[in-house]
Structures are given as C-alpha cells and as structure tokens.
Design a protein around this ligand. Structure first.
Ligand code: GLN
Length: 533
C-alpha cells in the first residue's frame, strides 16, 4: 500500500485536481495500478443536491454516485471508471460514525473526532488502497480550513502508521507575480507550508502554480525555506494549450523519478507515447467548426465541463478545432443572442424551468434549419416538447417538471418516481443499459446494439405519445431494456438531429471520445462544407 496525498494552500481553485490527476497519470504510465480518492470536506453527503453554481457540474459515475467534477478529471486522465467510494465527504464519514454509534458499536465510549472520525477516514482509505499499487488522495479545500482538519489529521496518522516509504505528501501552492518586473513571490508558499507543518505534516514535494515557469531562484528559495530538496520543487505554469499537457510537464522535471525513489517503487521510465500523440493531434487541427452550447449556467463554464472535455477529445480524434459559442438560453429567448453562425448546437442537461423556453426555441431553430443538433437529458426532453408543440400541434405540450397540470404532458414522471419524497440520490442514476436499433445513426456511431451510458434524471418521454411522434418523424432508436423508456431519438429528414436521455459526456475519454459528440462534430463539419459550397 503506497499513498500520495495532495493538499493545497494559499487559495482554492489552484488546479489541484489537475495536479492530482497528472501525478497519478505519470505514475500509471510507469506501469503501476493507480487509483485516486477525492476528499471533499463539506457536510453534504454527496454533490447531488448542489447547484452547479456552487462547485460546477455534478459528475455521475457508473454506480450512480453523484460526485465532484474532479472525479471526471481523474477518470479522463487515467482512463478508468471510479466508484462512489472514491469520493469521501464529511457527510459520508459522519453519517456512518453516527450510525455505528446508534448500533452501539463504540461500546459505551464517548464518540470523538479523534480517534473515531479519523479512524473511520483512515479505514476507508486503506480499504481502497489495499487493491492498488498506488493510491493518490486529493484533499479538497485549503490547508487551514476548519472543515479539512480531521482529514489532515487522519493523513498525518496514516503516515505515522505506514512510514515515510509508503506515504508521501505533495503540497500545491500559488506563486503570484504582482509587480511589472515579474518577480515571483514565495512568501504565500512559505506561510502555507508553515500552516501545514503546524498540523504535523512536512510536505515532501511542493508544486508551485504560477502564470509562468518557476525560475531557479524561486525554486531555490522554496527549497530552502520550506525544507524540501531542490528537485522536489516542481513548476506548474498555466497550461496554455491544454490541461492534458501537465503530466508531460511533470515528466520533464523528473517528478516520477523523485517519487519512485521516495516510495521505493523501482519502476522504469513512464510511457506517455499515446498521450503525447493525442496532444500533437490536438495541436495540429486541419479545419474548425463552431458549436453552440445553449444553457442557463453558461456564466460558469465548469457547469458544462464534461461537454467541453468531450469536444477536446473529439477535436484530437478528428483533427478539427471545435470553437464553443456559449449561448445563454434566457437571452436567446428574448432575442439577445443568435445562432445564425454556428455549425452545430448542443442543449445540455439541466433542472428547473428558467431558460427552458429558450432551449425549445433553439431546438426548433436547429430542426427547421437542418443544423446538426444534440440534445442531452433536459435538452432531449425540450426537443421532444418542441416537436410536440410545433409538429404535432399540441401548443401547450410541456414537461410536468415545469407545468404539473399541462394538458399534454409529453415529458412526465414514471410511476416509480411519483412516490419519492427525498431529494438526495433518488433520481434514475448511473450506467443503464440502452438497446440501439440497427439502421440508425446511433448504431453507426456506436457500432453496437447494447451500450451502457450514465444517467441522471427523473422525467421521461410519456409512452402515450410515442406512436404519434414516430409517425410524424421523430424515431426512438434507443430504448431501455423494458422498451418503455425512450433513450435516443433521431429525426427523419434531418442530417443529424439526435437527443439522448443519457449523458454521453460522462464517459468521454481522451483516446475514446463520446460517440455522440463525435457524431455531432462530424455532421457539423459536413454542414459547414455545404454552407461554403
Ligand atoms: N430535469 C430533468 C429530469 O429530471 C433533466 C435532468 C438532466 O438534464 N440531468 O429529468
């Protein structure tokens, strides 16, 4: 059992998730079986009940866990599928400690943060770590936050128990530049390392986040003030072109060799060949297209992180630059934004009525003007509403999520969702089987009749309307195992107008892009060529 623990100092939003993913990737490239755990010190049990404006997109795993978006980065970098247990929150830890207390498992003792909460944390981490060569743990938040204290104390205990050869600490900090001369300031790093030391943790490696590469002088300063060897001060300048560059930056600074020696791993050099090929394809596009993302959280781009990543994966795969045009659905509704110059349109998932009329209008625009279109989850549902209103003629068609007593509830709750009274973790979640009909665009994209894609929704296409929709040209080419739930639609007489009840963006990987995003971009390239012709 070997562990690398990544903490962060000075400010949040340093890109600690990318640092963690990149270290893990680099070590994986040395042939190690690597896993990552994210610790989120908030009290929420999981990310499922959080508004995207708080922490960005809620990411969904195969097992249906609703987790922090960093787990999406881990999956994309390592090309593995994680489980809910890979995301530990204060809520999960306390819930289980309290449940144990209620069962009498603590035998009459006073239950305390140390040792009961810390033991619970250490136990969970070791249970996962036992099955891997290396476990990388990212501690969310910033050193010094009250919430992260029990977790840092647990990590200190873990090192004490397993020793320096098995547990290594990486501290990520900010090295700001404030004057015009460009001097790199190391004081914040010194302070935050002091804070970490006051908790009994001396970092082994310091990763300095800076706009530009750290100078030798900066590295030397950090090394001497923070008491780490010079070659353990790692420069992490802003990755100008792509976050996927960071493992290569770390390799160049021989970070893997240093870790290898410290943890006595005895592995050879990392093999990042296919990774580098992915990057070089990404950097040498032969053409470009513009795709609009029409949503209501466009002011916080992290809300659609997995979509942006999917397009980057497709971009490298097809050697085409994908420009994203962000369109606020509410502004589109009032005519303040337009879609006239785009080559493709995505309407992503979402919750709540605000902005839905704009999404319906965008779906109509794409349908009527034969612009390649991909509707996902709420986007799928809104396209069904649009079709019902403007093709079937049901002017008041809607989802009962927004108008509970609408006369034409074309999107509605299925029976099992009707009696649910709790919000957290009760949607239809995670990887579910989808059966694809042959002779469809979807089949040509997946080349399979059975796929598993990740879900996160309550509402569905109302089965009562399906026959009528299909007669009018909206064909459901993907269904669930029972055949009652609609998973994919495709529009007849349109080059690419597809909706999916599932979220293909969650399983997109650098070397294996989302099939649906790939299909959309290919269609967008074709559409752009036809415009020029
Ligand atoms: N709000 C819709 C539902 O619950 C769509 C959810 C989503 O887009 N993820 O079904």
């Amino acid at each position: 059992m070997k562990f690398i623990i990544v903490t962060g100092g000075v400010i949040s939003g340093l890109g600690k998730g990318i640092t963690t993913s990149s270290i893990a990737k680099l070590m994986q490239a040395k042939g190690l079986n690597v896993i990552i755990i994210k610790i989120d010190p908030y009290i929420n049990y999981d990310a499922g009940t959080m508004n995207p404006y708080q922490h960005g997109e809620v990411f969904v795993l195969d097992d249906g866990a609703e987790v922090d978006l960093d787990l999406g980065n881990y999956e994309r970098f390592l090309d593995i599928s994680l489980k809910g247990e890979n995301n530990i929150t204060t809520g999960k830890i306390y819930l289980s400690v309290i449940e144990k207390e209620r069962k009498g498992e603590y035998l009459g003792k006073t239950v305390q943060i140390i040792p009961h909460v810390t033991d619970e944390i250490v136990e969970r981490i070791k249970t996962i770590g036992r099955n891997y060569d290396l476990t990388v743990i990212e501690i969310g938040g910033t050193v010094g936050d009250i919430e992260s204290m029990p977790f840092l104390e647990s990590m200190r205990q873990l090192r004490r128990e397993l020793g320096d050869e098995n547990v290594l600490f990486v501290h990520t900090t900010l090295v700001p530049i404030i004057d015009v001369v460009g001097e790199q300031k190391t004081k914040p790093t010194q302070h935050s390392v002091r804070e970490l030391r006051s908790l009994g943790i001396q970092p082994d490696i310091i990763v300095g986040r800076c706009r530009v590469p750290l100078t030798n002088e900066t590295k030397e300063k950090i090394s001497s003030f923070c008491d780490v060897p010079l070659n353990a001060v790692i420069s992490a300048p802003d990755a100008k072109r792509s976050i996927y560059e960071v493992p290569v930056m770390f390799e160049e600074q021989k970070l893997d060799e240093y870790i290898d020696k410290k943890l006595k791993l005895n592995r050879g050099s990392p093999n990042l060949n296919s990774w580098k090929e992915f990057l070089s394809n990404l950097y040498t596009p032969e053409s470009d297209v513009t795709i609009a993302i029409v949503g209501k959280y466009v002011n916080l781009k992290d809300s659609y992180l997995s979509h942006m990543e999917s397009f980057i994966h497709v971009s490298s795969h097809l050697r085409v630059k994908v420009n994203i045009k962000w369109v606020d659905s509410e502004l589109y509704e009032t005519g303040k934004e337009d879609l006239s110059n785009v080559d493709g349109i995505v309407i992503p998932g979402g919750f709540g009525q605000r902005g839905t009329e704009g999404k319906i209008l965008a779906a109509k625009y794409a349908r009527e003007n034969k612009i390649p279109f991909l509707g996902i989850c709420l986007g799928f549902q809104m396209a069904v509403v649009e079709f019902s209103r403007n093709v079937l003629g049901y002017r008041d068609a809607n989802s009962t999520e927004f108008i509970p007593d609408t006369k034409h509830p074309v999107i509605d709750l299925m029976e099992e969702q009707r009696n649910i009274d709790k919000y957290g973790g009760t949607m239809r979640l995670g990887a579910q089987k989808v059966i694809i009909k042959e002779n469809s665009i979807s089949y040509s994209l997946y080349n399979k009749t059975v796929i598993y894609e990740r879900h996160r929704h309550r509402y569905e296409v109302n089965p009562k309307y399906i026959e009528e929709m299909e007669r009018a040209g909206m064909i459901f080419t993907g269904v669930d195992e029972t055949g009652i739930r609609m998973e994919i639609f495709e529009l007849k007489n349109h080059p690419f107008y597809i909706g999916t009840q599932f979220h293909p963006e969650f399983k997109s990987r650098p070397l294996n892009p989302s099939r649906m995003h790939l299909g959309l971009v290919k269609a967008a390239m074709e559409y752009k060529r036809s415009k020029i012709r």
